[in-house]
Design a binder for this molecule. Structure first.
Ligand SMILES: [Zn+2]
Ligand SMILES: [Zn+2]
Ligand SMILES: [Zn+2]
Ligand SMILES: [Zn+2]
Length: 222
């Protein structure tokens, strides 16, 4: 390892300590190796049980997520945001994006305010996995959940996440407080590539989006 690297500026370290570390699948896709290091210099997203405090990706929250297919499993189609790692899961028969290779989808603010109305879609790693009709999934220990809200602590200070498993070239983590999963590129040779240039699908009927992945990548690099 190179030990002569300059330490990150103190504002960067302070920012990560307050808001959480920065995660970006674009970055993870272009960095080889199992080890993940935040721009502040901290090794994070370990797979040995420690939690990592990750910050909200505001560009995704305020504009939209951009999804590619992660995998098909348990009778669901699973997608993942090419930036923040937010997954999306639909029962295969009710997937509005089944024919899209890359699509933009706005956050469903109504679910964020009122709670997600969920149904169980799988049991894995000691969790019950739930999904809302909006596609948001959660990993919870409790069975028989009908509604899942985002707790205030996660809304205000974002998520503290712990490794769950690897699948389809991604490492999955879950927030200890709210059960929100995140999937980050672990093996760029396996993980589905965003196929820029294909026609993106529109967002679902209740949340039209006119943005294209082209503007998404322009926004994320701004
Ligand atoms: Zn950091
Ligand atoms: Zn996102
Ligand atoms: Zn929802
Ligand atoms: Zn959380």
């Amino acid at each position: 390892m190179n030990t002569t690297t300059q330490p990150a500026p103190s504002w960067m370290r302070l920012s990560c300590r307050i808001w959480g570390h920065v995660v970006d699948n674009h970055v993870f896709r272009s960095t080889r190796g199992d080890r993940r290091r935040c721009r502040c210099g901290v090794d994070y997203l370990l797979k040995t049980g420690e939690t990592t405090h990750v910050r909200h990706t505001l560009s995704c929250f305020l504009r939209h997520h951009t999804y590619v297919r992660l995998t098909d499993r348990d009778g669901v189609h699973e997608y993942v945001c090419v930036r923040c790692g937010h997954p999306l899961a639909y029962p295969a028969a009710a997937d509005p994006f089944a024919n899209a290779s890359l699509f933009a989808k706005k956050v469903r603010y109504a679910c964020g305010l009122l709670g997600h109305r969920v149904t169980a879609i799988a049991n894995r790693h000691g969790f019950v996995e739930y999904a809302c009709h909006c596609g948001h999934s959660f990993l919870k220990h409790a069975a028989d959940k009908r509604k899942i809200r985002h707790p205030l602590i996660c809304f205000l200070t974002a998520h503290r996440i712990r490794f769950v498993e690897e699948r389809a070239g991604y490492a999955e983590y879950v927030c200890e407080d709210c059960g929100h999963p995140f999937c980050f590129v672990a093996d760029e040779r396996v993980a589905e590539r965003p196929s820029i240039g294909r026609t993106p699908a529109c967002a679902g009927p209740s949340e039209p989006s006119t943005r294209t992945p082209g503007t998404a990548s322009a926004a994320s690099s701004a």
